[in-house]
Ligand binder design. Structure first.
Ligand code: NAP
Length: 221
């Protein structure tokens, strides 16, 4: 499967790109500037020399043409970016990983974006896309280090059953991650906002925490 990442040149997008490629997927790192994406892809392949990573850099338009598309821009760029590729994204699973956060004093606090969540705003911007929210709570730093094992749950929410199943499948292809169905897109607000809690825990305790749910049982999603 070919995965495109809009805004894939930032810490989150490139970390996800490396993990997905290391998990056997073809990944197109998208950017507003082709050269920037090409540099990032070349650097990742160089960093992980010896691992066959199917990574390439391209303009966002090419990433939007992939089979499944992830939106990894800052929160305020997510809906406008989705809107500009709305016709290409129609009928496709589009995964929003953006969190709307603002620095207030020493703390990051959650913002309420238009439509209540970034994922809902992306859905409105690309109405015919099958939008899911996922990967909000996975710190880029750990995700980027392919030598570091992962051990986390990824909450996945969507109004589309197809998007929910496809996104959980995507998550589960990455060793150490478990996709958990977490309801409709209206839950994206709570999932995105909770990222502020994790980031503050990470700052206070100087860690890179993510979440693992208890009580689900082995193999339950
Ligand atoms: N960092 C993490 O640990 C982490 C973890 C989970 C989720 N997230 C979420 O993932 C998203 C990306 O995080 P990040 O730290 O990688 O962000 P970032 O570095 O600030 O942005 C990612 C990329 O988005 C593009 N971009 C910047 N402003 C844009 C705009 N206004 N419109 C369209 N594209 C724009 C840039 O790429 P080009 O200039 O190449 O186009 C940039 O490299 C955020 O929404 C964040 O909340 C982050």
């Amino acid at each position: 499967m070919r995965i495109g990442i809009l805004g894939g040149t930032g810490p989150a997008g490139k970390a996800l790109a490396a993990r997905l490629a290391a998990s056997g997927m073809e990944v197109v790192i998208g950017s507003r500037q082709r050269e920037r994406a090409e540099e990032v892809a070349t650097a990742l392949v160089g960093r992980w020399e010896g691992r066959p990573l199917a990574l390439e850099g391209a303009e966002n338009a090419e990433a939007a043409a992939a089979d499944l598309v992830v939106v990894a821009t800052p929160w305020d760029g997510a809906a406008p970016t989705a809107a500009s590729f709305a016709s290409t994204l129609a009928g496709k699973v589009v995964v929003s990983m953006a969190n709307a956060l603002a620095k207030v004093g020493d703390e990051l606090q959650p913002l309420v974006p238009p439509r209540g969540s970034v994922a809902a705003a992306v859905q409105q911007a690309a109405p015919a896309a099958l939008v899911a929210g996922a990967f909000h709570h996975i710190p880029a730093r750990g995700l980027a280090n392919l030598d570091e094992p992962l051990d986390a749950d990824v909450l996945v929410c969507s109004d589309s059953d197809e998007a929910l199943v496809a996104t959980i499948d995507l998550v589960n292809r990455v060793a150490g991650l478990r996709g958990v169905a977490a309801g409709s897109l209206s839950n994206a607000a709570a999932i995105e906002a909770f990222t502020a809690v994790l980031v503050n825990i990470n700052i206070t305790h100087r860690v890179h925490s993510s979440i693992r749910l208890t009580g689900l049982g082995e193999g339950r999603r």
